[in-house]
Design a protein. Sequence first.
Length: 514
Amino acid sequence: MSQDAIVIGVILFAIGFVYLQNVQTEIDGLKAVVEKISFRLDQLPSYSSPPDTAKLPSEPTDNQNNANPIAIISGNKVKPGDPAHLMHIHAVFERLGYTTYLGIDSFLDSGKTDFDVLWNHEYSFLNVKLKPLIENPKAHQLINHIPGSGYYTSKVSLATANISLGVPKAFALPSKKDAFEAYANANPDLKWVQKSNAHRGIKVVPKEQLDLTQKDTFVQHFVENPLLVDGRKFDIGIYTVITSISPLRVYIYDGDVLLRFCAKDYEPFDVEDVDKYVVGDDYTPLWEMPSLKDDFLINDYTFKESLDAHLRERDINPEQIWDQVREIIRQVFEAQNPFMIKSAEKYKNKRAYFELSRFDFVVDTNLKVYLMEANMSPNLSSGHFAQNKALYEQVIFNIFSMLGLAKRIHGIPSTTGDGYSMQVSNKDVHVNFDFCNDATQCPGNENCLLCATSMTPEWRFILKQTFLEQISRRQMRRILPRGDLTFSAPATHADYLLGLWLDAKCHQNRVFCE
């Protein structure tokens, strides 16, 4: 064989080898593509049987196999598959990824014992079935009622409480019968209504027709000169949340209010026609009021903004109203808080309870604000007025956010460990007060509970809970503790300490200001 032939053979062999390598590379690439396609196909549902459909809201998934938090939604009208008037509570929980149980029996029958939040429409502490779940809740659990909340939601207790601002004169019956008669005789021109906790209806009644011997009722001065819009009397609903009894923490939803107008014009006044002066279930909604509807429907104003714009057109400063509203709510909770603290004494984990209520006000022509009642478990159903849906769901979502129920951190303990520390650390709640560095004051001074070296586990938890509420509150506005500690003396030293801490944090970051 010649040398040239050998060279040609080597060259051809090399070319063939390189070619085979390229072919192998292409084959390997095709194999990878095929494997990816096969993997994707395996993820698709089998068409030999119908694909697994999503479970109904009333059919909770197994929480042991996923990290979804559990919410129990219950009430006398709630049943599996039907949240009834709690439709928006249910909807918001579902959107936040909660596994929901509709009705307490639905949860109890599931065999589960752990849950994250219980939302019960009626007052929970009188329910025998709920008693095992709410008497000693775990650290991560929340219950939507506060022990002793009846001291401000009870019509009798509220109307006869020692509150200096915004509550029409009232007398509990029959215990204050003589005091009422003396006052009524001295003020013969006043009109009166008789109310009880048992029913909602009220009517102006002549003094001679009042039943002064009826138990668990009270008579109250009727506000005769209400501020009118387009000739209609109206009330203002303020959504209010208490998150702690001691120290006392109270918030209001500051994003909007509920405005309801009487079904008929106030004038000419007729005591027999209650639709003229009582806001009933068939009230006139704001979007049907001539002076307000354009701002609400066309300009996209909120209820509150629509009213504010109208009042300014009448040369009325609406802040005169809102300042009184906030102060009245403060005074109600401050006055009734000692009774609530007493009611909560037997419960170990007092930090687990919160409560939503709606405070209803009327305004007179002198711009004086009066509190009519505080509604426990206020109506949050848009079944009657669909346009209220956005308001209700925003109120619910803002509250859930403030309480930590709307966070995206699930499947971990909510008050311990790294998951908690990344939300709020010890350093976040420590403030460098001068007295903390004074050896003559600490330890020994109760104020030193705010200092790192003297802070108890309980106070560290209180401050962390408050810290998280403040940074997560969205449009919830804190009204207690007060921003100004000099305005009135806090009822307890715990209230003073939390107010002092919030004032110091406010100077660091305005998110902690009232």
